[in-house]
Design a binder for this molecule. Structure first.
Ligand code: HEM
Length: 404
């Protein structure tokens, strides 16, 4: 295995997908889950799939999704009571999953959202265990969690297939990502995607678009609670921009500090621990020869914690992203969403979702760490935390609006 640790060389790898193709230990596990979905497929087939799906992430669509995101976070906050202790990690998982589920399946899709989301949560949990279970033994035992995983897989497969076939039979455009894929036609006027491909793409979006976002939001809330100076400045910004109301798309560009807090969270709590590629022919990289068929690993986490790239890398300092300071960070060394043809298709969706959610939560609530509890990272492909219980305290929104 070759581990590449230099940002320029990582970019070189990612920009040459023919020579450094998808493969290696991480990608091989992905394949069992995503089949040939966008996160795994390659070459001409990948290019075509990406072109078919891209319109769902067009700027205009993101604006439309953003009101749905504001509604989702407002509805979550509506169930909070002052002084309660809540499992924030789980709430963030549900929030992110609800957002991505609504993009794929419109309200009139006939989906049982809550059951579906519960099954997806079980699937994600099991999937991460499978990725880290190198022997494959633990995940084959008849334990309750393995049974839960299998039930979730069966339920999700059955449900997704049923919705796909309903969509195909009715021919109705529900205005969601699934309709867009079901209705796509090839040059001969035939459906562009088989049932199996539709299925793989749906799974890709659930998995790629949920935990990455929810982990980042959970870590951000933890960092805010443990850095009073950051919390104070964030509250000042959201009070000035929102005065207690939920954030919408139009607020995003005014929420500068909120964005910096999230950027710093994406750096310190990197959601790409290890990814891999495989060489299709003998290659040369940074003066080293790499034979054909070798696994090439790269870690965005290692880059983001490299003191030669980020000064004092373990400290949580959103202001390192102020333009006058950010110019000291080597160009292109920070790539939380990857680069090249396989870069994240959902980056703008994720930014919109994370800024709207974080600003709306902190405009109305203060989240306080539970004494004695320190969340620990649970490294997987992404970087979830083990648990994040927090006490939620309602902020005095009336006082805020008067002051503003
Ligand atoms: C904080 C949030 C997110 C982070 C940090 C993130 C990160 C990444 C990274 C690093 C890659 C490239 C992986 C590689 O090089 O192989 C990627 C790809 C991808 N992401 Fe994201 N992502 C996030 C959110 C999302 C969302 C919200 C969606 C969908 C709604 C999404 C869907 C995808 C898909 C489909 C790919 C594969 C793209 C392709 O190969 O064409 N991601 N993401």
């Amino acid at each position: 295995m070759y581990v590449v640790n230099d940002p320029d060389l990582i970019r070189e790898v990612l920009r040459a997908p023919k020579q450094f193709a998808r493969g290696g230990p991480v990608m091989d596990r992905f394949r069992t889950m995503f089949g040939n979905g966008l996160g795994v497929s390659e070459g001409e087939f990948h290019r075509r799939q990406r072109a078919l799906i891209q319109p769902a992430f067009h700027h205009k669509r993101i604006i439309a999704y953003s009101s749905l995101m504001s509604d989702q976070v407002a509805s979550m906050l509506g169930s909070w009571r002052d002084g309660q202790r809540r499992a924030i990690d789980r709430e963030m998982d549900e929030l992110a999953l609800a957002n991505v589920t609504h993009v794929i399946f419109a309200d009139d899709s006939g989906l049982d959202y809550s059951r579906f989301m519960e099954a997806t949560a079980n699937l994600l949990e099991g999937l991460f265990r499978r990725i880290t279970d190198t022997t494959g033994l633990l995940t084959r035992l008849p334990t309750p969690s393995n049974r839960r995983y299998q039930e979730a897989v069966d339920y999700l497969r059955g449900t997704i297939d049923k919705v796909i076939s309903d969509y195909r039979n009715s021919g109705v455009d529900h205005g969601d990502l699934l309709s867009m894929m079901v209705m796509a036609r090839d040059d001969n006027g035939q459906p562009a995607m088989t049932e199996k491909q539709l299925h793989d793409e749906v799974m890709t979006f659930f998995i790629g678009g949920s935990n990455t976002v929810s982990n980042t939001l959970s870590w951000a809330l933890h960092e805010i609670a443990t850095h009073p100076d950051v919390e104070k400045r964030l509250h000042e910004e959201v009070d000035e921009v929102l005065a207690g109301r939920p954030a919408g798309h139009a607020d995003i560009e005014s929420l500068d500090y909120t964005r910096r807090v999230l950027t710093e969270t994406l750096r310190v709590r990197t959601q790409g621990l290890f990814l891999s590629r495989v060489t299709t022919s003998d290659a040369e990289l940074g003066g080293y020869r790499i034979p054909a068929g070798a696994s090439v690993l790269y870690s965005f986490y290692a880059l983001n914690h490299n003191p030669a790239i980020h000064s004092d890398p373990e400290s949580f300092d959103p202001d390192r992203w102020l333009p006058e300071r950010a110019r000291w960070i080597p160009r292109g060394a920070f790539m939380p969403f990857g680069v090249g043809v396989h870069g994240c298709i959902g980056d703008q969706f994720a930014w919109t979702e994370m800024i709207i959610s974080l600003a709306t939560i902190t405009a109305q609530w203060r989240l306080v760490s539970v004494p004695g509890h320190r969340p620990r990272p649970k490294p997987a492909i992404t970087m979830p935390l083990d648990a994040l219980p927090m006490e939620v305290r309602r902020r005095d929104v009336a006082a805020v609006s008067k002051a503003v």
